[in-house]
Write a protein that binds this ligand. Structure first.
Ligand code: 5RP
Length: 225
């Protein structure tokens, strides 16, 4: 099975979890795209749901598929949030933000009763940190935050677009991708980063996901906290 096939399989499985009348949070990234497309098929077949998206891109895709997308102000309580991850570690600790949407993803996830992670087996790790940890930063604070992250032993690198310009999030902030190698104590690292003035959010999602659907050669396996 290719990685794309695994993403499509897990996207379909996640879409099957959505029930009539639910308020659903839509994640961001290639696995979430598969989920949103599968959800769009169910909506076309008559499923009645309302959604909140974690990015402009996911909102545009969902809307194009006939899915009702509302703001968090209009729909502040969600039944389910479904999203991918860059790494899934022990206890369903996650690194997210490879797609640049970590801030809105964390906000929408926090509004949901249940957060279901969708991924393929390549995302599972024994220790978080191989994937550079994204940190969203207020523009003005960039040099200060860069310094302080380096003092924590991280290697921050400004995310840039293909044309060399700085990447901007949907909230118009910068992202520093922080090389870490191994995050031995995610809670401690999260607290240290959160403590830096000018950091808006970091990509460690701890204690948020309750189940992961992971697609591999044997099909989809469920992993719990
Ligand atoms: C976007 C994210 C994505 O969920 C994460 O990057 C995984 O993406 P993909 O499904 O494309 O591998 O956090 O900000």
């Amino acid at each position: 099975m290719t990685q794309d096939e695994a993403k499509a399989l897990v996207g379909q499985r996640a879409a099957a979890m959505v029930e009539d009348g639910m308020a659903v949070g839509l994640g961001t990234g290639t696995t979430s795209v598969m989920f949103i497309k599968a959800l769009g098929e169910r909506v076309r077949a008559g499923l009645q749901i309302r959604c909140v998206a974690s990015s402009e891109a996911s909102a545009a895709l969902a809307t194009s598929l006939g899915i009702t997308v509302m703001s968090l102000a209009e729909l502040p309580a969600l039944d389910l949030y479904i999203d991918g991850a860059d790494e899934i570690g022990p206890g369903l600790a996650l690194i997210k933000g490879g797609g640049g949407a970590l801030l809105r993803e964390k906000i929408v996830a926090s509004a949901a009763k249940q957060f279901v992670v969708v991924a393929d087996t390549t995302k599972e790790v024994a220790v978080l940190g191989r994937f550079p940890l994204p940190v969203e930063v207020i523009k003005m604070a960039l040099p200060l935050v860069e310094h302080k992250l380096t003092d924590l032993g991280l290697q921050p690198k400004l995310r840039v677009r293909a044309d060399g310009s700085a990447y901007l999030t949907d909230e118009q902030n910068y992202i520093l991708d922080c090389g870490c190698s191994r995050i031995e104590n995610p809670e401690e690292t999260a607290a240290e980063i959160r403590n830096i003035v000018g950091v808006v959010e970091h990509g460690l999602f701890l204690g948020m996901a309750s189940v992961a659907l992971i697609a591999g050669e044997g099909g989809v396996v469920e992993r719990f906290e």
